[in-house]
Unconditional design. Structure first.
Length: 273
């Protein structure tokens, strides 16, 4: 599933291509992919409007249209938003086609879990999926003190807490493993057990790995592509994620692989305490 760096990369590449363009027509090829508002269908709401801007909240894209409408897009596991300057014939897993005044935007989703919802802009942040999200880890007002306070509420493992979108928005398996390794903290530690210096280290590493992920254009381990179809390369620099059993790049000891919060987790039992 795309995490914060991947969704932010999609936002940036998509914004350069479609901002200001008129949505002339919407072709829905698989109806559950889109959600309208009250008794109005998704195509009737969004067609004929211009794309005013694109923001991100956690793993969600918020595509603002003129006339105070927002499209909330969640990629889930395999969703992609791809822009084609000259248009393109629908491929096997294309679910929605936005025909613009210049080019087309295709929503492709192999496993059909992704959704795009049209909603009045004033109600956007009240949608439960967004209203329950925790702080943005790259925001200026996100501090080590806020991180410690939010982790202190949890009785689960540190890894499980970082994956909980109500604690922090946008972090998933890849960047949680990498941040914990950088901070020298075991993912099996109780979330509320961190001292202030440990929270300072973790705060620094969370921001560092997310910034590195964005700079690398995200991690293309399976399905992820940006809005122009390009792969990211953060996966080429991972230190622990997906490397279970291989030697730690710091101490040489074999990396441990465990299951936490339903996700495979890799860490160094020697370097991470």
């Amino acid at each position: 599933m795309p995490e914060l760096p991947e969704v932010e990369t999609i936002r940036r590449t998509l914004l350069m291509q479609v901002q200001g363009l008129l949505i002339k027509e919407i072709q829905v090829l698989w109806a559950p992919s889109v959600i309208g508002w009250e008794d109005q269908s998704f195509p009737s709401l969004a067609s004929g409007r211009r794309i005013a801007g694109i923001e991100r909240r956690g793993k969600y894209l918020l595509i603002s249209l003129d006339g105070d409408l927002t499209m909330i897009a969640h990629m889930r596991m395999t969703g992609r938003l791809l822009y084609y300057p000259g248009g393109r014939e629908a491929e096997k897993h294309t679910r929605v086609i936005f025909r613009l005044e210049r080019g087309e935007l295709h929503f492709r989703d192999t496993r059909k879990f992704g959704r795009i919802q049209a909603i009045p802009a004033a109600l956007c942040m009240a949608v439960p999926a967004l209203s329950k999200l925790g702080p943005e880890p790259l925001a200026d007002d996100f501090t080590p003190e806020i991180l410690r306070e939010r982790l202190g509420r949890k009785k689960c493992s540190l890894k499980a807490a970082l994956l909980d979108q109500r604690v922090l928005a946008g972090i998933g398996n890849i960047y949680a493993d990498e941040a914990l390794f950088g901070a020298g903290l075991s993912p099996e530690r109780p979330a509320g057990s961190l001292s202030r210096p440990e929270c300072v280290r973790l705060h620094r590493e969370i921001r560092s790995v997310l910034d590195a992920g964005i700079a690398a254009g995200g991690a293309s381990i399976r399905d992820y592509r940006d809005a122009e179809g390009n792969t990211g390369y953060f996966q080429l620099t991972v230190r622990v994620y997906g490397r279970g059993g291989k030697p730690c790049l710091t101490c040489g000891q074999p990396l441990k692989r465990v299951r936490l919060a339903g996700r495979t987790t890799v860490y160094c039992a020697n370097c991470q305490k």
